[in-house]
Design a protein around this ligand. Sequence first.
Ligand code: ADP
Ligand code: MG
Length: 258
Amino acid sequence: MTEVSVAKVDAAAPGELVVLKSVNKHFGALHVLQDIDLTVERGEVVVVIGPSGSGKSTLCRTINRLETIDEGAITIDGKPLPQEGRELARLRADVGMVFQSFNLFAHKTVLQNVMLGQIKVRKADKKKAEENARALLDRVGVASQADKYPAQLSGGQQQRVAIARALAMNPKVMLFDEPTSALDPEMINEVLEVMQQLARDGMTMIVVTHEMGFARSAANRVVFMADGRIVEQASPDQFFSNPRSDRAKDFLSKILHH
Ligand SMILES: Nc1ncnc2c1ncn2[C@@H]1O[C@H](COP(=O)(O)OP(=O)(O)O)[C@@H](O)[C@H]1O
Ligand SMILES: [Mg+2]
């Protein structure tokens, strides 16, 4: 038998779903992401925290290529991010994103919002898309709102629809960028509960949030960013009880005692 030489490929290890290696990005003179190395395992929930302006949103946006990077590499499920076209649309579907502002289509009903991407990007037929949409709306607790328009829903309901819409694409990973920051206090928990359930169901999640209760209970790992760098990462227990860096200590004292 002849020996088969295995070509060395620059792919991620089997458990690794999102891998950033030496990622750098500038906005003009501002070095907004500095040598970011981050690996997120399949099924892992990573909470990203840090002061405003530290690059958390930019980090999320590079992962689904809403922003390009200057240096380094990002792979999703072992594949580098596609540049453009249909491949890019598919990537965006594989990487579900939920923003602070819900970004629902205002002139489509809740049901249509959740059906649309399935039909356009995933090429699902209408009946399947509707079935799936109704099941997802039920899962996030807004099944009875299906025929309303986004403006007729509360902020918490709209954000849950936005989560259902992202889930409808059957994503490999979900990114949440401060999903509860724009909500009235009484609506925050209903959104966090949906995210908690998603985490329990095994979804891979990267969550930027100031909700430390969520970080403590749902995160496998906390990543602390400041000034475009990952300053430290640790388990929530370790991070909250014993932050190592002065930046993290300072940040925690500000958010936990106000
Ligand atoms: N499109 C942009 N053009 C120029 N500067 C930007 C842009 N987006 C973000 N920034 C700047 O990059 C830095 C990091 O922003 P951001 O990633 O939004 O931080 P965070 O989400 O942690 O608050 C900030 O100083 C912000 O003003
Ligand atoms: Mg931000």
